[in-house]
Each structure stands twice: as C-alpha cells, then as structure tokens.
Design a protein around this ligand. Structure first.
Ligand code: ASP
Ligand code: MG
Length: 473
C-alpha cells in the first residue's frame, strides 16, 4: 500500500459534524496508508454564494455581496468554534478566514465598480470557497493529532488560461505537484489540498469548472502515481436508478468506465467521465464512498475490460437513468432516400446553434432522421435546419421538419448486455406490459446502452418498469 488520495465533497465538509467525520476518516486511513492526500471542496453552498455575490455586484447591486460576506464569515467562524477548543488553537485559521472574506469583498467591490465580472474575476472569486474550507479541515486534523497542512492547488495544478473551465497541463502539473507534496508526504504530513482550482503558468488563479474537485483528485492521483483515489460523498455509491423514482434502487458494487460515462451523459448524478478516465486508464483503483456511512464499501469504477466483482446482475442490465426536458426533432421526406449528405447537413446546421444532440436515430428506409435536443433550444434548432434545407423543402424532397415536445430519454446501461441476447426484447416487453408507448429507440454500437424516447408523462413509470428487471429479475 502506498499513496491514497481522498476527495471530500461539499456535503462531507458542510458542517462541523461533517468535518469531524471527515477528519476521523482521514485519521483511520493514516496507519494503513503511508501517504495520504486530502482534496476538498468548498463547504456546501459556498461556491454558489460566492458566484451570487459576483453576479449581483456586476449587475450594479452594491449590498448583496456585503451581506454574503457576513454570512460567509459567520458560517466559517461558527464551524471553527464548534470544532476547535480552546478557540486560541484556531487563531491562524480564523485570521485566514478573515483575509479571504476580505478578499471576496474587495474583488466584488471592483466588479461592482467596473459593472462587469470577467471569467478571470469569477475564478478569483469562486476559488475562495476551497481556500477557506481547507483551513478548517487542516485545523480539525491537527486538533485530533493528525499532522496536516492546508495547500492551495494553485501551487500544484498548472492550467491553460481558459478561465472557468481550465485544462491542466500534465507535465508541468506533475513536476510542481511532486516538488511540493512529496517532501511533506515523506515527513508523514497529510496535505489538505483545495479542489476545483489551479493557476496558469504566470500564477493567475483558474478553476476547472463547477463540480471540478473530483477532477482535481484525479489530476493529483495521476501526478503522484497514487494507488487509489476515493471520492467521498453523501450517498453509498452509484445506484441502479434514482431512488426518488424507485425506492427499491440499490447501490452497485462495481461499474465499468464506459457504463459510468453513459450514466453521466444521460443525467445520472455521478462522476464526470473527464475525472475518471485518466485514473482508470492508469490502473488506479477508483472508489465512490459515503462519508456518513464509512463502513459501507461503496462503488468501484473499473476499466472496461476490468474484472468486475460483486453481485452478478441479471441479464447484464445494471442501471436505468432518465434525461428530461427533451424535444424530438424529425427531418422527413421521400426525397431523402439514397441522397448522401442529408445527415451531415442536418447535424451541421444543429452544430451551428451550439446545441449538443443527445440521441440520434435513423430508420433504415432512410426516409427520416430523428434526434433530440433540450426543450429550450427547439426553436433555434428547427430554424437552423429549415434554413439549411430551404431548397429541398421548397422542392418537396424534404416534406417537413417537425418537433415533438415534452419527451424524455430513458437509458438502460450495462456492459454485459453485449453478451446477453434478448435484452431489448425484455425491456420492450416490460414497457409494453405497462402500456407505455416507445416513440424512438437508439442503441449505441458499444451495446453498452439502449436509449428510448417516451412521453414525459410516462417517464417515471418507464424507469420503474425497467428497473424491476434489474432488482427482481
Ligand atoms: N466547489 C466547487 C463547486 O461547487 C467545486 C466542487 O464542489 O467540486 O462547483
Ligand atoms: Mg460541490
């Protein structure tokens, strides 16, 4: 056993009690792992507050950011005083909180004067949440006798200048991270690193995008050649479906990279594929675990050809997810038969509206193509496609470009489906038994997922019907 990276999300550090539990988890790992690195998010809700301060300031409001500053000060101070006794022990952390909240106020003041929040300013402001939280976590670790040091990832993660969604530069990051962290780790100190942030080569603070702390953990895992990365959150792992739709949802013991990517794409709240790929590809073990139920093993993410352990799931179907608020657009016409380029022109037109298409299906008669886009983008997409085919529409080679609104995409995921014949039949059968009409179907060529379009009002019933195939086959 060598190096373990543990990332704690906003709810895992969202209160004094949560930080206490987090620190105990780190303390328990210390005797087992010679080198432990903690990566932390901001306290839950803090990033939203910081951005709200910036936005209102830019909109000409000179008051809201000041009251947000008061709230931030109060929130971090109250956690510190609940955690650290006697209070003098927390004096460094308190002073740092004061400095950073002051920085928030002056940055927002500048934004207010300018009447504009540039992406660069937004990164400087939103980075403060993590810079505050690591102070609290490191203070609590020290208070329970774990040698720890708060570290700002601007010292470790080198990115390009793409503010708000910066991309790390791997070689530079590797050198800086190792130079800064290895000496600490050698001394047995646990670095408590800010998630979410990095800096350009010139040292200007950047952020990796909302929810970017998971990505930070992956970046550090790769840079340090870690053995394992554990993502601590507030659920037991990835579930077979959303438990709000079906309370019979269960936690999956393992998922492949491709499966989790499909789920993330189709709206399940799981790790971002960008986070997972570098870690899984290097054979670093990746786990999702629950801070509030630390004894539970959680979900492991494995390579696509990796060995999947745990409960065998019937028929290879593992999970079902739903993406709501979609419109299905159909381009239809007998004149399309055998004419090359219709699909390319259709999606070229869609791309010009900067819309990302979530599902495509073409009938083999080649007389229609249908695809889905988010509801809010329907009219701009239709206009772009009609414009592209103006001549064909006039000549009646294309009969119509139509929209069917208020549909959802239900996606069934499972790598084992490839080896199991008859899955689609069972899925369609389950929906048929519930008298749910399937509007369109698409299967990825990886055979790792099947997606169905159904009417919005059938969404939950469709998910439950398919989910029954997973939990009681
Ligand atoms: N605090 C940041 C956010 O809320 C990053 C993260 O939590 O991963 O987006
Ligand atoms: Mg968060």
């Amino acid at each position: 056993m060598g190096t373990l990276i543990m990332k704690f999300g906003g709810t895992s550090v969202g209160s004094a009690a949560a930080i206490c539990a987090t620190a105990q988890i780190v303390q328990a790992a210390r005797p087992v792992w010679p080198q432990v690195v903690v990566v932390a998010s901001a306290l839950s809700g803090v990033t939203d507050l910081l951005l709200k301060g910036a936005q209102t300031a830019a909109d000409g409001d000179a008051h809201t950011f000041r009251s947000i500053a008061q709230d931030l000060r109060a929130k971090h101070f109250s956690v510190l005083s609940d955690l650290i006794k006697p209070p003098e022990q927390a004096s460094v952390a308190r002073a740092t909180v004061e400095v950073y909240v002051g920085e928030f106020e002056s940055l927002c003041h500048a934004v207010n004067v300018l009447g504009e929040a540039s992406p660069r300013a937004l990164d400087a402001i939103s980075s403060l949440g993590e810079r505050l939280s690591v102070q609290l976590i490191a203070a609590q670790l020290k208070a329970i006798g774990v040698a720890a040091e708060p570290i700002e990832a601007s010292e470790l993660v080198v990115t390009d200048g793409h503010f708000q969604t910066a991309n790390p530069i791997e070689t530079l990051t590797r050198a800086k991270t190792r130079g800064r962290l290895l000496p600490l780790l050698a001394k047995g100190v646990t670095p408590v690193v800010t998630g979410f942030i990095g800096a350009t080569q010139d040292g200007v603070i950047t952020t990796l995008g909302r929810g970017g702390s998971d990505f930070s953990a992956a970046i550090l895992g790769v840079a340090l050649d870690a053995d394992e990365v554990w993502i601590w959150t507030d659920v037991d792992g990835v579930m077979t479906t959303d438990p709000r739709i079906d309370p019979a949802a269960q936690t999956l013991s393992a998922l492949t990279f491709r499966e989790i990517s499909e789920l993330a794409y189709y709206g399940a709240k799981v790790l971002h594929p960008k986070t997972i790929r570098p870690v899984v590809e290097r054979g670093i073990a990746l786990w999702i675990k629950n801070t509030f139920n630390p004894k539970y093993p959680g979900t492991q993410i494995v390579r696509d050809n990796g060995h999947v352990t745990g409960r065998p799931i019937h028929g290879g179907v593992k999970a079902v997810a739903v993406i709501r608020g979609q419109t299905m657009i159909t381009v239809e016409g007998r004149g399309m038969l055998g004419v090359p380029g219709v699909a390319a022109r259709t999606f070229g037109a869609v791309a010009r509206t900067h819309t990302s298409v979530s599902l495509i299906s073409q009938a083999s008669s080649e007389q229609s193509i249908c695809f889905t886009v988010p509801d809010s983008l329907t009219s701009s997409v239709i206009a772009a496609v009609q414009e592209e085919f103006r001549r064909e529409l006039a000549d009646r080679d294309i009969d119509a470009v139509t929209a069917l609104e208020q549909v959802v995409i239900v996606t069934v995921v499972g790598a084992g489906m490839r080896h199991t014949p008859g899955i689609s039949g069972r899925v369609f059968g389950a929906l048929g038994a519930e008298r749910i009409n399937i509007i369109a179907i698409a299967q990825g060529s990886s055979e790792c997922s099947i997606s169905l379009i159904v009417d919005q009002q059938d969404a939950d019933a469709a998910v439950r019907a398919i989910h029954r195939l997973i939990v009681n086959p």
